[in-house]
Design a protein around this ligand. Structure first.
Ligand code: GUN
Ligand code: FE
Length: 444
């Protein structure tokens, strides 16, 4: 395990301090003390620091990726169950898979694989949905804590329109949600924060939603749910809540729109809804790959940002079939190009905007932009060491003579994968080097 004390890296650091702005900090020394960036100095001027590590040519640091929407138990069936619309998908694949996590030995093994897979893909922070039952969610929190990831995690609540064997009554649900929050807070792990998680409006009674909002308020917790995801869901909500014009209006009435709320999808939000979310400081997790599979519309990132909305990026595993935030970034670019092709929005985004969404946008959505997202003095060092020297059969792309750092880095964002991520850091601690998870003491 790398020491959490003082160490330094010298080389090129890429990050996106503003939307669409890719900045290369070339030949700098970044000194990390107690998990935070203590100093950034020019490599040429800085005296060699003790225990300084020099990056090789073609190696770069990039901020760790922030996935703002993942269903932890759904990792089990990621890449399958891609043949039906959302409401059927939930009943056919999702609820049975989530139910099976009551087997705690299985949960332990699967959640360990999940957290490792996400760390290996460069996700240093994830906003996770767990499942309905309390105990497997505690296993999830333990797995995250053990392997060194940063996370916001919630126990899923659902007290109606759910299968008989995957439902809770309202008071049990509220009791377990609070028990989950206190279990997580009692760990006093600065990397892990609990989250209130009403699954989505169709499976939650107003009483449950209002009770959950009260718990979030009591503990100052994050909140996550799904909003205006697809026609099936939206139509169901309109039937159940005819007095409310939109999902956003229902969530507003329940007290669930706060500055610590992240709502997934939002493809069918009206401009009025978006403005309302923005006023509340609520963020949307843009999940382009999942929207292609389960949605009925494209999310307009630039338009939403222009209305003042906070936007992060999410994989939405397993509605999205890839756990990779590199894939999510590419899908965000493709999504914007689909919009332009259909003349639904003027402006496309590039890999630079996509990287901002995967780092700074996510940090803003999770109310942690003072801690992570860029390389700045005072921020915690969540970072990926990217090696672009892996060509041929050992890497996903080749580099040709004459290509400069910027071209190599763009190739990584557009073509790279977990093989290029040779080290993963969270709070200044190396949690993965090569194939080894350095904090993993368990034998599985
Ligand atoms: N809406 C309610 N539950 C879910 C879920 O698990 N995934 C997605 N994509 N949408 C949902
Ligand atoms: Fe989801």
């Amino acid at each position: 395990m790398a020491a959490a004390g003082s160490h330094a890296f010298r080389g090129t650091f890429y990050h996106t301090p503003a939307y669409g702005q890719l900045e290369a900090l070339r030949d700098v020394v970044v000194v990390i003390q107690d998990g935070r960036i203590a100093r950034i100095a020019s490599g040429a001027e800085e005296e060699a620091v003790q225990s300084e590590f020099r990056l090789s040519e073609g190696q770069y640091f990039v901020p760790g990726f922030i996935d703002t929407h993942v269903h932890a138990p759904q990792y089990k069936f990621t890449g399958t169950g891609t043949d039906v619309p959302l409401m059927e998908w939930l009943r056919k694949y999702t609820f049975p898979a989530e139910t099976s996590f009551q087997d705690l030995d299985a949960a332990r093994q699967r959640y360990s694989l999940l957290v490792k897979r996400f760390l290996a893909n460069g996700t240093t922070t994830a906003m996770y949905y767990g499942s309905l039952h309390l105990q497997p969610n505690l296993v999830l929190v333990d797995s995250i804590e053990r392997l060194g990831q940063r996370a916001v995690v919630g126990k899923v609540n659902m007290d109606r329109h759910s299968p008989d064997d995957y439902i809770e009554n309202t008071s049990d649900g509220l009791r377990d949600a609070e028990a989950f929050v206190t279990y997580t807070l009692d760990k006093k792990c600065s990397r892990i924060q609990p989250c209130i998680t009403p699954r989505f409006i169709p499976t939650c009674t107003p009483e449950l939603m209002k009770g959950l909002a009260a718990i979030a308020s009591k503990y100052g917790c994050h909140i996550q749910s799904h909003i205006s995801e697809c026609c099936g869901e939206v139509n169901c909500v309109r039937e159940m809540h005819p007095d409310y014009a939109s999902d956003a209006a229902v969530f507003e009435e329940m007290g669930l729109l706060t500055s610590r709320t992240v709502m997934a999808h939002g493809t069918l939000l009206s401009d009025e809804d978006i403005r309302h979310l923005a006023r509340r400081g609520t963020a949307v997790s843009h999940c382009p790959l999942s929207n292609f599979f389960l949605g009925d519309a494209f999310f307009k990132v630039n338009h939403a940002l222009s209305l003042g909305l906070k936007v992060g990026l999410g994989t939405d595993v397993a509605g999205g079939i890839s756990p990779s935030m590199l894939s999510a970034q590419r899908m965000a670019v493709v999504n914007s190009r689909c919009l332009r092709a259909h003349k639904l929005a003027k402006d496309v985004i590039t890999f630079k905007e996509a990287l901002w969404l995967a780092t700074v946008g996510g940090a803003q959505a999770l109310d942690m932009s003072d801690r992570v997202g860029t390389f700045e003095v005072g921020k915690e060092f969540d970072a990926l060491l990217v090696d672009t020297n892996l060509g041929g059969t050992s890497g996903p792309f080749d580099v040709f003579p004459g290509e400069d750092d910027d071209q190599r880095f763009e190739k990584f964002i557009n073509l790279g994968d977990d093989r290029n991520l040779i080290e993963v850091y969270v709070q200044g601690v190396c949690v993965k080097r090569g194939d080894v998870f350095l904090l993993d003491s368990s034998v599985e």
